[in-house]
Design a protein around this ligand. Structure first.
Ligand code: EPU
Length: 344
Protein backbone atom coordinates (compact mmCIF):
# COMPACT_ATOMS: atom_id res chain seq x y z
CA UNK A 1 0.00 0.00 0.00
CA UNK A 2 1.33 3.39 -1.00
CA UNK A 3 0.29 6.74 0.40
CA UNK A 4 0.38 9.48 -2.25
CA UNK A 5 0.34 13.24 -1.73
CA UNK A 6 -1.47 16.05 -3.57
CA UNK A 7 -3.83 13.81 -5.55
CA UNK A 8 -6.49 15.24 -7.89
CA UNK A 9 -9.86 13.57 -7.16
CA UNK A 10 -11.67 14.89 -10.25
CA UNK A 11 -11.67 11.49 -12.00
CA UNK A 12 -13.00 9.85 -8.82
CA UNK A 13 -16.14 11.95 -8.24
CA UNK A 14 -18.99 11.76 -10.75
CA UNK A 15 -19.80 15.48 -10.50
CA UNK A 16 -16.26 16.11 -11.82
CA UNK A 17 -15.39 18.67 -9.17
CA UNK A 18 -11.76 19.73 -8.90
CA UNK A 19 -10.61 18.54 -5.48
CA UNK A 20 -7.01 18.00 -4.44
CA UNK A 21 -6.38 15.71 -1.45
CA UNK A 22 -3.26 16.22 0.65
CA UNK A 23 -3.00 12.43 1.19
CA UNK A 24 -4.55 9.57 -0.77
CA UNK A 25 -4.33 5.80 -0.75
CA UNK A 26 -6.11 2.87 -2.30
CA UNK A 27 -7.43 0.25 0.11
CA UNK A 28 -7.44 -3.30 -1.25
CA UNK A 29 -7.70 -5.29 1.97
CA UNK A 30 -8.58 -4.96 5.63
CA UNK A 31 -4.81 -5.00 6.36
CA UNK A 32 -4.36 -1.93 4.10
CA UNK A 33 -7.13 -0.23 6.05
CA UNK A 34 -5.41 -0.85 9.40
CA UNK A 35 -2.10 0.54 8.11
CA UNK A 36 -3.79 3.60 6.57
CA UNK A 37 -5.76 4.42 9.72
CA UNK A 38 -2.58 4.12 11.82
CA UNK A 39 -0.86 6.57 9.45
CA UNK A 40 -3.79 9.01 9.74
CA UNK A 41 -3.66 8.76 13.56
CA UNK A 42 0.11 9.41 13.61
CA UNK A 43 -0.24 12.43 11.31
CA UNK A 44 -3.36 13.66 13.13
CA UNK A 45 -5.35 13.59 9.91
CA UNK A 46 -9.03 12.91 9.41
CA UNK A 47 -9.80 10.09 7.01
CA UNK A 48 -12.38 10.45 4.26
CA UNK A 49 -13.85 7.35 2.63
CA UNK A 50 -14.10 7.57 -1.16
CA UNK A 51 -16.14 4.83 -2.81
CA UNK A 52 -17.69 5.35 -6.27
CA UNK A 53 -17.73 9.13 -5.67
CA UNK A 54 -21.30 9.27 -6.96
CA UNK A 55 -22.92 10.87 -3.92
CA UNK A 56 -20.41 13.43 -2.69
CA UNK A 57 -19.73 17.16 -2.94
CA UNK A 58 -16.04 17.94 -2.53
CA UNK A 59 -14.28 21.26 -1.84
CA UNK A 60 -11.26 22.27 -3.94
CA UNK A 61 -8.81 21.40 -1.17
CA UNK A 62 -9.01 18.49 1.29
CA UNK A 63 -6.45 18.31 4.08
CA UNK A 64 -7.09 14.70 5.07
CA UNK A 65 -6.22 11.13 4.13
CA UNK A 66 -8.58 9.96 1.39
CA UNK A 67 -9.17 6.20 1.51
CA UNK A 68 -10.27 4.94 -1.89
CA UNK A 69 -12.09 1.71 -1.06
CA UNK A 70 -11.18 -1.00 -3.53
CA UNK A 71 -11.67 -4.23 -1.55
CA UNK A 72 -12.88 -6.76 -4.14
CA UNK A 73 -14.32 -10.25 -4.17
CA UNK A 74 -17.61 -12.10 -3.99
CA UNK A 75 -17.71 -15.08 -1.65
CA UNK A 76 -20.60 -17.51 -1.60
CA UNK A 77 -21.38 -18.29 2.03
CA UNK A 78 -24.07 -20.70 3.22
CA UNK A 79 -27.54 -21.17 1.79
CA UNK A 80 -30.90 -22.15 3.24
CA UNK A 81 -34.00 -23.40 1.46
CA UNK A 82 -34.91 -19.99 0.04
CA UNK A 83 -31.78 -17.86 0.29
CA UNK A 84 -28.17 -17.68 -0.74
CA UNK A 85 -25.89 -15.64 1.50
CA UNK A 86 -22.90 -13.93 -0.09
CA UNK A 87 -20.23 -11.59 1.16
CA UNK A 88 -19.09 -8.90 -1.22
CA UNK A 89 -16.09 -6.54 -1.03
CA UNK A 90 -16.99 -2.86 -0.55
CA UNK A 91 -15.04 -1.94 -3.70
CA UNK A 92 -17.06 -4.07 -6.13
CA UNK A 93 -18.92 -1.95 -8.70
CA UNK A 94 -22.61 -2.03 -7.78
CA UNK A 95 -24.08 -2.46 -11.26
CA UNK A 96 -21.62 -5.21 -12.22
CA UNK A 97 -22.54 -7.03 -9.02
CA UNK A 98 -26.28 -6.77 -9.79
CA UNK A 99 -25.70 -8.17 -13.31
CA UNK A 100 -23.63 -10.99 -11.79
CA UNK A 101 -26.43 -11.95 -9.34
CA UNK A 102 -28.95 -12.14 -12.16
CA UNK A 103 -26.60 -14.33 -14.22
CA UNK A 104 -26.21 -16.60 -11.14
CA UNK A 105 -30.03 -16.81 -10.83
CA UNK A 106 -30.04 -14.99 -7.52
CA UNK A 107 -32.94 -12.60 -7.09
CA UNK A 108 -33.88 -9.37 -5.37
CA UNK A 109 -31.52 -6.72 -6.67
CA UNK A 110 -32.75 -6.47 -10.28
CA UNK A 111 -34.75 -3.26 -9.61
CA UNK A 112 -31.52 -1.63 -8.44
CA UNK A 113 -29.62 -2.14 -11.72
CA UNK A 114 -27.54 0.76 -13.08
CA UNK A 115 -27.37 2.67 -9.81
CA UNK A 116 -23.90 4.24 -9.85
CA UNK A 117 -21.40 3.59 -7.07
CA UNK A 118 -19.78 0.70 -5.25
CA UNK A 119 -21.19 -2.05 -3.03
CA UNK A 120 -19.79 -0.51 0.18
CA UNK A 121 -21.83 2.65 -0.30
CA UNK A 122 -25.09 0.80 -0.90
CA UNK A 123 -26.10 0.41 2.79
CA UNK A 124 -25.05 3.96 3.73
CA UNK A 125 -28.04 5.68 2.21
CA UNK A 126 -29.95 2.42 1.72
CA UNK A 127 -30.05 2.86 -2.06
CA UNK A 128 -33.47 2.35 -3.53
CA UNK A 129 -35.27 2.46 -6.85
CA UNK A 130 -38.44 1.14 -8.47
CA UNK A 131 -40.01 -0.11 -5.25
CA UNK A 132 -36.97 -1.89 -3.76
CA UNK A 133 -34.47 -0.75 -1.13
CA UNK A 134 -31.18 -2.60 -0.72
CA UNK A 135 -31.72 -2.99 3.06
CA UNK A 136 -34.36 -5.65 2.33
CA UNK A 137 -31.61 -7.89 0.91
CA UNK A 138 -28.79 -7.18 3.34
CA UNK A 139 -28.05 -9.75 6.05
CA UNK A 140 -25.23 -7.83 7.75
CA UNK A 141 -22.57 -5.20 7.15
CA UNK A 142 -18.90 -5.75 7.99
CA UNK A 143 -17.16 -2.67 9.29
CA UNK A 144 -14.13 -1.29 11.04
CA UNK A 145 -15.49 0.61 14.04
CA UNK A 146 -13.26 3.63 14.62
CA UNK A 147 -14.81 4.10 18.07
CA UNK A 148 -14.08 0.65 19.51
CA UNK A 149 -11.08 0.22 17.16
CA UNK A 150 -12.11 -3.22 15.96
CA UNK A 151 -13.52 -5.03 12.96
CA UNK A 152 -17.07 -6.24 13.53
CA UNK A 153 -20.29 -7.25 11.85
CA UNK A 154 -23.56 -5.33 12.23
CA UNK A 155 -26.79 -7.25 11.64
CA UNK A 156 -29.25 -5.64 9.21
CA UNK A 157 -31.81 -5.30 12.02
CA UNK A 158 -29.38 -2.95 13.81
CA UNK A 159 -28.65 -0.80 10.74
CA UNK A 160 -31.92 1.19 11.04
CA UNK A 161 -32.59 1.07 7.33
CA UNK A 162 -35.21 3.58 6.18
CA UNK A 163 -35.77 5.75 3.08
CA UNK A 164 -32.26 6.95 2.06
CA UNK A 165 -31.13 6.38 5.63
CA UNK A 166 -29.14 4.06 7.96
CA UNK A 167 -26.91 4.27 11.06
CA UNK A 168 -23.97 4.74 8.67
CA UNK A 169 -25.54 8.00 7.49
CA UNK A 170 -26.16 9.16 11.09
CA UNK A 171 -22.66 8.43 12.28
CA UNK A 172 -20.48 8.88 9.21
CA UNK A 173 -17.13 9.19 10.96
CA UNK A 174 -17.52 6.03 13.02
CA UNK A 175 -17.67 3.11 10.58
CA UNK A 176 -15.65 2.09 7.56
CA UNK A 177 -17.60 -0.52 5.58
CA UNK A 178 -15.33 -3.28 4.28
CA UNK A 179 -17.86 -5.88 3.08
CA UNK A 180 -21.61 -6.31 2.74
CA UNK A 181 -23.29 -9.68 3.28
CA UNK A 182 -26.39 -10.10 1.13
CA UNK A 183 -29.26 -12.52 1.55
CA UNK A 184 -30.61 -13.09 -1.94
CA UNK A 185 -33.57 -15.17 -3.07
CA UNK A 186 -33.03 -18.47 -4.85
CA UNK A 187 -36.46 -18.20 -6.49
CA UNK A 188 -37.74 -15.35 -8.66
CA UNK A 189 -40.02 -12.86 -6.91
CA UNK A 190 -40.41 -9.89 -9.26
CA UNK A 191 -41.33 -6.53 -7.72
CA UNK A 192 -43.38 -4.69 -10.31
CA UNK A 193 -45.39 -2.27 -8.19
CA UNK A 194 -43.53 0.93 -9.03
CA UNK A 195 -45.07 3.30 -11.60
CA UNK A 196 -45.13 1.94 -15.11
CA UNK A 197 -42.63 -0.88 -14.49
CA UNK A 198 -45.38 -3.52 -14.86
CA UNK A 199 -46.30 -2.14 -18.30
CA UNK A 200 -42.64 -2.03 -19.36
CA UNK A 201 -42.06 -5.65 -18.30
CA UNK A 202 -45.29 -6.80 -20.01
CA UNK A 203 -45.86 -10.57 -20.33
CA UNK A 204 -42.17 -11.42 -20.28
CA UNK A 205 -42.02 -12.02 -16.53
CA UNK A 206 -38.38 -12.90 -15.95
CA UNK A 207 -35.72 -11.34 -13.72
CA UNK A 208 -33.54 -10.71 -16.81
CA UNK A 209 -36.33 -8.74 -18.49
CA UNK A 210 -37.14 -6.82 -15.30
CA UNK A 211 -33.48 -5.84 -14.99
CA UNK A 212 -33.38 -4.87 -18.68
CA UNK A 213 -36.49 -2.66 -18.34
CA UNK A 214 -35.10 -0.92 -15.24
CA UNK A 215 -31.89 -0.21 -17.19
CA UNK A 216 -33.92 1.12 -20.15
CA UNK A 217 -36.07 3.40 -17.94
CA UNK A 218 -33.04 4.80 -16.12
CA UNK A 219 -31.17 5.37 -19.40
CA UNK A 220 -34.17 7.23 -20.84
CA UNK A 221 -34.37 9.70 -17.91
CA UNK A 222 -31.11 9.84 -16.05
CA UNK A 223 -27.97 11.34 -17.58
CA UNK A 224 -24.81 9.22 -17.80
CA UNK A 225 -22.18 10.96 -15.63
CA UNK A 226 -19.66 10.43 -18.46
CA UNK A 227 -21.71 12.79 -20.67
CA UNK A 228 -23.27 14.99 -17.97
CA UNK A 229 -21.40 14.87 -14.65
CA UNK A 230 -24.02 14.37 -11.87
CA UNK A 231 -24.71 12.59 -8.58
CA UNK A 232 -28.12 11.08 -9.39
CA UNK A 233 -31.13 12.56 -7.57
CA UNK A 234 -29.78 15.74 -6.02
CA UNK A 235 -32.60 16.16 -3.49
CA UNK A 236 -34.50 13.68 -1.36
CA UNK A 237 -38.19 13.36 -1.99
CA UNK A 238 -39.65 15.28 0.98
CA UNK A 239 -41.81 13.35 3.44
CA UNK A 240 -44.45 15.53 5.12
CA UNK A 241 -47.40 15.09 7.51
CA UNK A 242 -50.76 14.27 5.93
CA UNK A 243 -52.21 17.61 7.14
CA UNK A 244 -49.42 19.60 5.46
CA UNK A 245 -49.82 17.54 2.33
CA UNK A 246 -53.60 18.20 2.23
CA UNK A 247 -52.93 21.93 2.40
CA UNK A 248 -50.49 21.86 -0.53
CA UNK A 249 -52.61 19.43 -2.55
CA UNK A 250 -55.64 21.74 -2.26
CA UNK A 251 -53.78 24.16 -4.55
CA UNK A 252 -51.88 21.56 -6.59
CA UNK A 253 -54.18 18.57 -7.14
CA UNK A 254 -51.79 16.86 -9.60
CA UNK A 255 -48.89 16.74 -7.17
CA UNK A 256 -47.37 13.21 -7.47
CA UNK A 257 -47.20 11.61 -4.03
CA UNK A 258 -46.82 8.26 -2.28
CA UNK A 259 -48.47 7.41 1.07
CA UNK A 260 -45.99 6.41 3.81
CA UNK A 261 -46.42 4.76 7.21
CA UNK A 262 -47.48 6.91 10.23
CA UNK A 263 -49.75 9.30 8.35
CA UNK A 264 -46.96 10.73 6.29
CA UNK A 265 -46.78 11.43 2.56
CA UNK A 266 -43.75 11.41 0.24
CA UNK A 267 -43.84 14.12 -2.45
CA UNK A 268 -41.98 13.99 -5.78
CA UNK A 269 -39.19 16.58 -5.52
CA UNK A 270 -38.64 16.39 -9.31
CA UNK A 271 -42.18 17.61 -9.86
CA UNK A 272 -41.77 20.49 -7.37
CA UNK A 273 -38.53 21.62 -9.09
CA UNK A 274 -40.14 21.28 -12.50
CA UNK A 275 -43.16 23.38 -11.42
CA UNK A 276 -40.83 25.99 -9.92
CA UNK A 277 -39.39 26.48 -13.42
CA UNK A 278 -36.03 24.83 -12.88
CA UNK A 279 -36.26 21.88 -15.29
CA UNK A 280 -33.55 22.49 -17.91
CA UNK A 281 -32.58 25.78 -16.23
CA UNK A 282 -28.96 26.72 -15.54
CA UNK A 283 -27.17 29.21 -13.32
CA UNK A 284 -23.54 29.56 -14.42
CA UNK A 285 -22.10 26.15 -15.27
CA UNK A 286 -24.60 24.20 -13.12
CA UNK A 287 -28.22 23.38 -13.91
CA UNK A 288 -31.07 20.93 -13.44
CA UNK A 289 -31.28 18.29 -16.19
CA UNK A 290 -33.80 18.92 -18.98
CA UNK A 291 -35.24 15.38 -18.85
CA UNK A 292 -35.35 14.97 -15.06
CA UNK A 293 -35.43 18.09 -12.88
CA UNK A 294 -34.22 16.17 -9.82
CA UNK A 295 -30.73 15.72 -11.29
CA UNK A 296 -28.18 18.52 -10.96
CA UNK A 297 -25.55 18.61 -13.74
CA UNK A 298 -22.09 20.18 -13.95
CA UNK A 299 -22.12 21.47 -17.55
CA UNK A 300 -18.66 23.06 -17.39
CA UNK A 301 -15.80 23.42 -14.97
CA UNK A 302 -17.98 24.05 -11.93
CA UNK A 303 -16.56 24.46 -8.45
CA UNK A 304 -18.39 23.50 -5.28
CA UNK A 305 -19.39 27.18 -4.91
CA UNK A 306 -21.10 27.08 -8.35
CA UNK A 307 -22.96 23.92 -7.34
CA UNK A 308 -24.07 25.58 -4.10
CA UNK A 309 -25.30 28.72 -5.90
CA UNK A 310 -27.52 26.62 -8.13
CA UNK A 311 -28.95 24.32 -5.50
CA UNK A 312 -29.62 27.15 -3.09
CA UNK A 313 -31.51 28.96 -5.89
CA UNK A 314 -33.55 25.79 -6.56
CA UNK A 315 -34.33 25.42 -2.84
CA UNK A 316 -35.48 29.06 -2.68
CA UNK A 317 -37.69 28.75 -5.76
CA UNK A 318 -39.39 25.61 -4.40
CA UNK A 319 -39.75 27.22 -0.95
CA UNK A 320 -41.31 30.37 -2.42
CA UNK A 321 -43.94 28.36 -4.28
CA UNK A 322 -44.67 25.40 -1.99
CA UNK A 323 -43.21 26.27 1.45
CA UNK A 324 -41.19 23.02 1.29
CA UNK A 325 -37.44 23.08 1.94
CA UNK A 326 -35.74 20.42 -0.20
CA UNK A 327 -32.93 18.51 1.45
CA UNK A 328 -29.88 17.69 -0.68
CA UNK A 329 -29.08 13.99 -0.95
CA UNK A 330 -25.28 13.96 -1.55
CA UNK A 331 -22.83 14.31 1.30
CA UNK A 332 -20.99 17.63 1.63
CA UNK A 333 -17.36 17.64 2.85
CA UNK A 334 -15.24 20.44 4.29
CA UNK A 335 -11.56 21.27 3.85
CA UNK A 336 -10.63 18.93 6.72
CA UNK A 337 -12.38 15.98 5.11
CA UNK A 338 -15.27 16.09 7.56
CA UNK A 339 -18.94 15.94 6.66
CA UNK A 340 -20.65 19.33 6.82
CA UNK A 341 -24.28 20.21 7.20
CA UNK A 342 -25.88 21.67 4.05
CA UNK A 343 -27.43 24.41 6.20
CA UNK A 344 -24.21 25.69 7.76
N1 EPU B 1 -41.44 14.54 -12.28
C1 EPU B 1 -41.77 15.71 -12.95
N2 EPU B 1 -40.74 16.42 -13.53
C2 EPU B 1 -39.46 16.03 -13.48
C3 EPU B 1 -39.13 14.84 -12.78
C4 EPU B 1 -40.15 14.11 -12.18
O1 EPU B 1 -42.92 16.12 -13.02
O2 EPU B 1 -38.60 16.71 -14.04
C5 EPU B 1 -42.51 13.74 -11.70
C6 EPU B 1 -42.68 12.45 -12.50
O3 EPU B 1 -43.59 12.62 -13.54
C7 EPU B 1 -43.22 11.49 -11.47
C8 EPU B 1 -42.60 11.97 -10.19
O4 EPU B 1 -42.14 13.31 -10.41
O5 EPU B 1 -44.61 11.59 -11.36
C9 EPU B 1 -41.49 11.08 -9.69
O6 EPU B 1 -40.46 11.00 -10.64
P1 EPU B 1 -39.65 9.62 -10.92
O7 EPU B 1 -40.57 8.48 -11.00
O8 EPU B 1 -38.71 9.90 -12.04
O9 EPU B 1 -38.84 9.28 -9.62
P2 EPU B 1 -38.17 10.22 -8.58
O10 EPU B 1 -39.03 10.43 -7.39
O11 EPU B 1 -37.76 11.43 -9.32
C10 EPU B 1 -36.92 8.35 -7.20
C11 EPU B 1 -35.52 8.16 -6.69
C12 EPU B 1 -34.58 7.71 -7.80
C13 EPU B 1 -35.11 6.40 -8.33
C14 EPU B 1 -36.57 6.61 -8.84
C15 EPU B 1 -37.20 5.31 -9.22
C16 EPU B 1 -35.28 9.71 -4.83
C17 EPU B 1 -34.70 10.99 -4.34
N3 EPU B 1 -35.03 9.39 -6.11
O12 EPU B 1 -36.84 9.38 -8.18
O13 EPU B 1 -33.30 7.50 -7.22
O14 EPU B 1 -34.32 5.92 -9.39
O15 EPU B 1 -37.38 7.15 -7.76
O16 EPU B 1 -37.46 4.56 -8.06
O17 EPU B 1 -35.92 8.99 -4.05
C18 EPU B 1 -31.14 8.45 -6.84
O18 EPU B 1 -31.36 8.37 -5.64
O19 EPU B 1 -30.06 8.95 -7.27
C19 EPU B 1 -32.17 8.06 -7.80
C20 EPU B 1 -32.00 8.23 -9.12
Amino acid sequence: MQIQTEVQLKPFNTLNLDAVASYYTEIQSTDDLTVALDFAAQQQLNSLILSGGSNMLLPERINALVLHMNIRGIELLHADEHHQFLQVGAGEVWHDFVLWTTAQQLYGLQNLALIPGRVGASPVQNIGAYGVEVGEFIDSVQVYDRQSKQFRSIAAADCQFAYRHSIFKDDPTRYVITHVTFKLLKHEDLKLNYGDLKVAVGDHLTAENLQQQVIAIRQSKLPDPKDYPNVGSFFKNPVVDQADFDQIAANFPHLPHYPQPNDRVKIAAGWLIDQAGWKGKQLGPVGMFHKQALVLVNYGQASLKDVQHTYHAVQQAVWAQFRIMLEPEPVLFDINGLIRSHQG
